[in-house]
Design a protein around this ligand. Sequence first.
Ligand code: PEP
Ligand code: MN
Length: 501
Amino acid sequence: MARNEEPGVWSPSSWKGRPIVQSVAYKDTASFDHAVSKLNTLPPLVTPREIVRLKNELREVAQGNAFLLQGGDCAELFDYCNQDMIEAKVKLLLQMSLVLIYGAKKKVVRVARMAGQYAKPRSSPMETIDGVTMPSFRGDILNSYEPDPVAREPDPKRLVDAYFHSAATQNYLRAALSSGLADLHAPLDWSLGHVRDPTVRDHYQAIVERITDTLDMMHTIGLDTGGGLETVDLFTSHEGLLLEYEQSLTRLFKHPSNAAPPALPSKPVASPNKHRKTSLPTQLPPPLPPTKGYYDTSAHFIWIGDRTRQLTHSHVEFFRGIANPIGVKVGPSMPATDLVPLLDILNPGHEVGKIVLITRYGHDKIAAHLPGHIRAVQASAHRDTVVWQCDPMHGNGRNATVTGPSTDGTSTNGTTTFKTRRFSDILSELKQALTIHRSMSSYLGGVHLELTGEAVTECVGGAEELTEEDLSLNYTTFCDPRLNEKQALELAFLVAGFYRE
Ligand code: PEP
Ligand code: MN
């Protein structure tokens, strides 16, 4: 489809006629067909009612009444589907959300990059490990991380394995949450012994005491008897990269009773943007029975990655037809003139809270790009409909080369190169995002973080003052470096501080 043509009739498979990047060439097409047929018969992993509940909460975020916390691994592995790792991540997200509630004085919507974050876009399809060239690891849904050319071939059976690992993770999340994993009556472990600076430690300790006192007080005076402190909502999310998988879990449902009335067809927007004429015309997808919609039941929320958001390509085509709230990564390569046309395609009815713009420029580029993106949206009919979320991770990757042997990273001549991120760069991008939004009367509604509940050493800095020499101690990511539990919690303390400023 050329850029100025009308989008055609949408169906769960209409993406297939479009150009696509990051696609997969399966050699064993019979096994691939078999895997997809199996997925087509399996039950939804989440329900439209839950998806709509999240959409309603995101509407509150878009309107400035709530804050969105989204976090989890860069590449979730099937091996992470175990009780300890699931619990550690849930507890961390819960603690971070309590700190953010204290700071922003707003309800926090929690979304985990979990129970399906198995597909990874890669900058290079091939890599060389110990002199052997092989396909890059593209996530457990596609191939194995084992550094072996055969194990790195895409294996269609992994599509079905991904479904069952998502289902097991989702099942334990639901069971654990309804059995008290996130019961706020239970004391949380806030140990702050790692914070080296005593002034900072005292400051965090004071915040923890305010939070625990408030919870105790609510308990004492019976304000928590409505059951509100016994569990919390935790929604699931992943990058919707592998469209065969997403399509197979996309099903036609009656809109649940908690859904907002369908958006009215909108007229094309008279936009002051002089580039507006070159954009795709605003047009609703073809009429569905108004009582029904296609829900992607692989997760509550899926997003389009920064590499796959081309206006005329397959991913945008697929995403424009689903009823879920969706995200789009927005990096420095997004021209401000493409942003509104993209929103016109993805959200022609201007539903409030439907789209989360996940900005990820880098601490040294955000000032050059974010204001133009905010201005473009503010000058369009999408003004006040989007959620702005800052991903301070993906624009801040860097390599650290350290001497000495290591089990991970890329070793050459006694030196090892690690992909890392500096805590200070992450914090700087987040702080700039907040300041820029504030100065433009826009609302920064959330953060998107790569984190783990484990004590990994992948990002440098933070209150533990991890150095590049420390990276080899516990570097376990198979993709991007994640904040460990201490760094993630610290980031929440600092964000809470900005909101209180
Ligand atoms: C990611 O979120 O892991 C990712 C690949 O992000 P981006 O699309 O922003 O590069
Ligand atoms: Mn990542």
